[in-house]
Design a protein around this ligand. Structure first.
Ligand code: NA7
Length: 552
C-alpha cells in the first residue's frame, strides 16, 4: 500500500496517521500503522508509554484480569520473551511490559512525549485532520486514532474547600512517579472506595499512623486471582499465541476465566447452589459460580453469598455492616477485588467514616469536616475516580464536518457505531471508547481487536479508492438500541449509580456506555460491516470518483 494518497499533495499532509495516547491501544496502533506502510506520529501527555499503567502509580495498584490474558498476542516473540511474576500483575510490572513491547516494536521514536493534543479539526474540503498540540505543533493527517483510554480523565473533586487544605494531597489517578510518597507516621484520609481506594487502603494502612476512610458507597469486594503463574498454562500459551488470540476473541469477555461453574442455577437445589458458590469462592471466581450466573436469580444468590463472606471478614459489626453493599446487585457497578482490603479495617489505626450517615461538608486547612466531626489530617488521598469513557473524548476539542464539535454531538451522551466511529467525524477512530465492550472486557484483547479493525478499515478504503468513511445516523441509532438492549439484561446495570452510566459526575447525561452483548458478538459485528462493504457507513469518494453514499 502507498503511504500517501496520490490525490493529496505531499506538502499538505504530514503523516497518514496520528495516534493520540501510548497505552495498550496506542502502542499497537503505532506498530500496526508501520506494518501497513503508513507514516505515523504519536502524541502522549505522559513522559513515557503506559497510559493507565503510567498514571495510576498508587500503592497497591494491580490488574484484576489474569496476566495469562491481559497482554498482547500479536507478536509471538513478545509472548515468549516476557515472564509475568504473578497472575495479577502490579502497575509497575505492566508499565515495564508496555515499555518492553514499545521498544521491541520500535515505536517509541515516533512518539512525542509530554505533549497534550489540544484540538483536532476536520477539513471537509481536503478530507484531512489537523491536530494541534501543547507543543505548538499543527500536524495534518488522513486518519486520527484517539487511543486516549476509558479511565484517563480524572474526576475533578466536587467537594467545597479542596484547595484550602494545608497538608499534602494526592490523587490515585496521578500518583507521583518521580519520588516516593512518604506516609509513614502521618494521619491520612482516603476519599473513595472504588477499585483504587480498595487497592491503596491496605497499603496506606501499613504505614500511616492513622487512616480514616471516607466511604460514600460500599462496593462488592471478592478475592483476587493473585498467585504464581501456572508454568503449564504459560507453556501452552507460548506454543501458539495466534490461537490464544483467536480464542480470546471468541469469548464473552475477551478473557478466558480460570473457572466457570459447570451447573445451571435452576438445575441445583439449595444445597447444590451453596456448594457451587463455595467452590467458586475457593476458585476465586465467585461471580461465575453457575454456568448461567447472569440470570437475575443466580446473580441474587451470588450477591448474597458475597455479602456474607465480606461481613464475616470484618471484626467490628458496625464497620462490617457499612462495608457491605446492600444497595445494588453484584456487577451493577464495577466490583472490586482484594485479599487484604476488608481485613485492613481490623487494624487499630484504621477507621471508616460512613458518608451516607455523616456526609462530608467541606475540606478545611486542617482536614475534612463531616456533619458529625472535623477529622484532622496531614494527607488527603483522593481515590475519587474518573469522568469515565466519554470524558477523555470531551476533554479534547474535536470538530468535524461543518465545524460541529464532538461536545455538541455528544451533548446528550455519547453516540457512535460499533464503539469506534461517530457520524460527522470521518476517519476519526476511538478505540476503548463508549459502547464498545470497553471496561467490561479484557482491555488488552480489545485494544488489539479494535486496532486491527481500524487498520483493516483503512486498508479497505485504500483498496476501494475511498477517501474515508463515517457511520450513518441510522447505524448509530441501531447501536445505541443494541447497547441498551443488552444492558437491560444485566441485573442492576441501569438502576445502579455508576461510572458505567455517568452517574458519578454531577450533571453528566445518564447514558449506559458499555456494550454488553459480548466480545465475540462485537467482533463479529465489526467484521460483518467490513465484509458488507461498510453498509452502515457513509463513504467519501476517492480520486476515481466512485458512486457516492456520502453526506459530507
Ligand atoms: P471509582 O470506581 O469511580 O471510585 C471512586 C470512589 O470515589 C467511589 O467510592 C465514589 O463514591 C467516591 N467518590 C467520588 N466522589 C466523591 C465525593 N465527592 N465524596 C465522597 N466520595 C466520592 O474510581 P476508581 O479509581 O476507584 O476505579 C476506577 C476504575 O479504575 C476501576 O474500576 C478499575 O477499572 C480501574 P460513589 O460510588 O460515587 O458513591
Amino acid at each position: 500500500m502507498n503511504s500517501m494518497r496520490d490525490d493529496i499533495k505531499g506538502s499538505d499532509i504530514d503523516c497518514d496517521v496520528v495516534v493520540v495516547g501510548a497505552g495498550f491501544a496506542g502502542i499497537y496502533a503505532l506498530w500496526k500503522a508501520g506494518q501497513r506502510g503508513l507514516s505515523v506520529r504519536g502524541f502522549e501527555r505522559g513522559s513515557a508509554v503506559g497510559g493507565t499503567w503510567y498514571w495510576n502509580a498508587y500503592p497497591g495498584a494491580r490488574c484484576d484480569v489474569a496476566s495469562y490474558n491481559y497482554a498482547y498476542f500479536f507478536d509471538s516473540d513478545v509472548v515468549r520473551e516476557w515472564d509475568w511474576s504473578d497472575v495479577c500483575s502490579g502497575q509497575d510490572e505492566i508499565r515495564r511490559y508496555l515499555q518492553f513491547v514499545a521498544e521491541k516494536c520500535d515505536v517509541t521514536g515516533q512518539i512525542t512525549f509530554d505533549t497534550r493534543v489540544e484540538s483536532a479539526t476536520y477539513d471537509k474540503a481536503t478530507g484531512l485532520w489537523t491536530v494541534r498540540t501543547s507543543g505548538d505543533e499543527a500536524v495534518v493527517c488522513r486518519y486520527l486514532v484517539l487511543a486516549v483510554g476509558a479511565l484517563s480523565e480524572p474526576k475533578a473533586p466536587d467537594i467545597e474547600g479542596v484547595e484550602s487544605f494545608a497538608g499534602e494531597a494526592y490523587f490515585t489517578s496521578s500518583w507521583p512517579r518521580d519520588r516516593d510518597v512518604d506516609l509513614a507516621g502521618k494521619r491520612v484520609g482516603v476519599i473513595g472506595t472504588g477499585s483504587s481506594g480498595v487497592q491503596s487502603i491496605p497499603e496506606i494502612a501499613k504505614v500511616a499512623r492513622d487512616l480514616v476512610v471516607f466511604q460514600r458507597t460500599a462496593n462488592f469486594v471478592t478475592p483476587t486471582l493473585s498467585g504464581p503463574m501456572d508454568p503449564e498454562r504459560v507453556r501452552a500459551m507460548r506454543q501458539d499465541p495466534e490461537a490464544v488470540r483467536n480464542e480470546l476473541r471468541a469469548t464473552y469477555g475477551g478473557n478466558q476465566p480460570l473457572y466457570i461453574g459447570p451447573d445451571r442455577f435452576h438445575d441445583l437445589d439449595e444445597a447444590g447452589r451453596e456448594k457451587a458458590l463455595w467452590r467458586a469462592w475457593e476458585e476465586r471466581e465467585v461471580a461465575l459460580a453457575f454456568w448461567d450466573s447472569h440470570l437475575p436469580e443466580a446473580n441474587a444468590a451470588i450477591s448474597e453469598f458475597i455479602r456474607q463472606r465480606m461481613h464475616e471478614q470484618v471484626t467490628d459489626p458496625w464497620t462490617a455492616n457499612q462495608l457491605v453493599p446492600w444497595d445494588h446487585p453484584y456487577g451493577g457497578k464495577r466490583p472490586c477485588m482484594s485479599d487484604v482490603y476488608l481485613q485492613a479495617y481490623n487494624r487499630p489505626n484504621v477507621r471508616l467514616v460512613a458518608l451516607r450517615e455523616t456526609p462530608i461538608e467541606r475540606i478545611v486547612p486542617e482536614g475534612i469536616v463531616t456533619s458529625a466531626e472535623t477529622v484532622p489530617l496531614d494527607v488527603i488521598v483522593y481515590a475519587t475516580g474518573f469522568d469515565a469513557i466519554s470524558g477523555p473524548v470531551h476533554a479534547l476539542n474535536i470538530s468535524g464536518i461543518d465545524g460541529v464539535s464532538m461536545n455538541d454531538a455528544w451533548a446528550d451522551g455519547p453516540v457512535n457505531y460499533l464503539g469506534t466511529m461517530v457520524h460527522g467525524f470521518p476517519n476519526l477512530f476511538l478505540p476503548s471508547s463508549a459502547m464498545s465492550p470497553s471496561v467490561l472486557s479484557n482491555m488488552a484483547t480489545l485494544a488489539e481487536q479494535q486496532v486491527d479493525f481500524i487498520f483493516d478499515t483503512i486498508s479497505w478504503l485504500d483498496a476501494h479508492d475511498r477517501a474515508g468513511l463515517h457511520p450513518s445516523p441510522g447505524s448509530q441509532e441501531f447501536w445505541r438500541d443494541e447497547t441498551l438492549r443488552y444492558a437491560k439484561r444485566v441485573p442492576g446495570a441501569l438502576s445502579t449509580d455508576s461510572w458505567y452510566n455517568g452517574a458519578n459526575i454531577p450533571g453528566k447525561p445518564r447514558h449506559y456506555m458499555v456494550y454488553r452483548g459480548g466480545f465475540n458478538r462485537y467482533h463479529a459485528a465489526c467484521y460483518a460491516e467490513l465484509e458488507s462493504g461498510f453498509k452502515g457507513y457513509e463513504l467519501l469518494p476517492g480520486n476515481a470518483g466512485h458512486d457516492q453514499r456520502e453526506s459530507a
